[in-house]
Design a protein around this ligand. Structure first.
Ligand SMILES: [Mg+2]
Length: 358
């Protein structure tokens, strides 16, 4: 079938109250959604980005794929990447390519009446998740409730944000981790994300304290641009050093992987499922697991199909908004999600999603 249109729409979901991590504050999440059309069939994809990603799709990506065979996913991917050369192929442009790629995987799977996970090829029946939130803006009561909510879903892996005020409140950060231990229990696997807030020295000192607290995951202790800093921390600390949420392609995956214990990948930023598969192969060459960043609904199918996947992130903001954007969200049970077995990835635009149009 020949592709005939990529239709875009932009949705904005306000957070219940302003939220923050160590290095950024936000009060809404923007989803850029694309519907790829071929014959009578429509595929759905989206990314969490900015409205500019929709303009990239409309002006640059749609002309690059119209008329191409909707089964030829790598051909479409490469055509979009080549058409974006002068814009730069990373950042917002790759968010846009990612949304289209996911829509094309959905379209291809639907056109063959297969689930996306069957098209990819499953390696596991259930995809493990971890609870993620713990924003620096939350009260102790809110964090306690969030941990209880995750526990009710069977999540024993839980992650909070640290590095408050660009890493300048170390004692405060560590006291919050100690509270997380109390809330989550002795058997929980604690994870923290500093979003690049610390300097190398601060990250090393915080990391030693985290090792004492039994934390197993220290995400972006320093900026993910500081590959040498990450590599040094990996040598110095027991906890796993992780990063990768901004990776756009195999070249960036290859640059980061040697400095990490686990490579994070986001299908809505690294080129959709096509890009995720390629970057996961890069991680495999370095004997690394990958962990999916954010967008839990979109990582269920790909998470079931990647051999070296550790888990996917059940990120609070996205877990809240995805059921408002689409129908077909799968339930979490025993800390896992069972991938959809109907055609495509199983999601359709929610009939009331229009109320969130930007
Ligand atoms: Mg992160």
């Amino acid at each position: 079938m020949r592709l005939t249109a990529l239709d875009t729409s932009v949705y904005r979901f306000p957070t219940p109250e302003p939220e923050a991590d160590g290095t950024l504050e936000w009060s809404a999440t923007t989803a850029v959604l694309v519907q790829a059309r071929a014959g009578e069939i429509t595929g759905l994809g989206w990314t969490y980005s900015t409205g500019a990603a929709a303009a990239v799709i409309d002006e640059h990506l749609e002309p690059a794929v119209i008329g191409r065979d909707s089964n030829d996913l790598d051909d479409c991917h490469e055509s979009m990447r080549r058409a974006s050369r002068n814009l730069g192929t990373r950042g917002v442009v790759m968010h846009a390519i990612s949304a289209v790629d996911i829509a094309l995987w959905d379209l291809k799977a639907r056109s063959h009446d297969l689930p996306v996970v069957a098209l990819l090829g499953a390696v596991r029946d259930r995809v493990p998740i971890y609870g993620s939130g713990g924003f620096t803006t939350m009260t102790d009561e809110q964090l306690h409730q969030q941990v209880e909510d995750w526990r009710a879903l069977g999540c024993r892996n839980v992650k909070i944000k640290i590095g408050e005020d660009w890493g300048t409140r170390i004692e405060h950060d560590l006291s919050r981790v100690a509270r997380l231990r109390r809330f989550a229990g002795a058997d929980a696997r604690l994870m923290v994300d500093a979003n690049g807030a610390y300097s190398r020295g601060r990250a090393r000192r915080v990391g030693r304290a985290l090792d004492e607290l039994g934390v197993v995951w220290f995400e972006e202790p320093v900026s993910s641009d500081d590959v040498e800093g990450l590599a040094g921390l990996r040598q110095a600390l027991d906890c796993d050093i992780t990063a990768g949420e901004y990776v756009a392609d195999v070249f960036e995956a290859e640059r980061l992987a040697p400095a990490l214990d686990c490579l994070q990948l986001d299908a809505t930023r690294c080129g959709g499922y096509t890009g995720f598969l390629r970057a996961a192969a890069v991680a495999a060459v370095h004997n690394l697991d990958v962990s999916a960043h954010c967008a839990p609904a979109l990582h269920t199918s790909i998470g079931a199909a990647v051999v070296n996947l550790r888990h996917i992130e059940y990120f609070a903001d996205h877990a809240r908004l995805e059921p408002l954007l689409v129908e077909g969200i799968l339930p979490v049970r025993d800390g896992t999600v069972i991938p959809n077995r109907t055609a495509g990835h199983g999601y359709t635009l929610h009939p009331e999603a229009a109320r969130w149009l930007a």
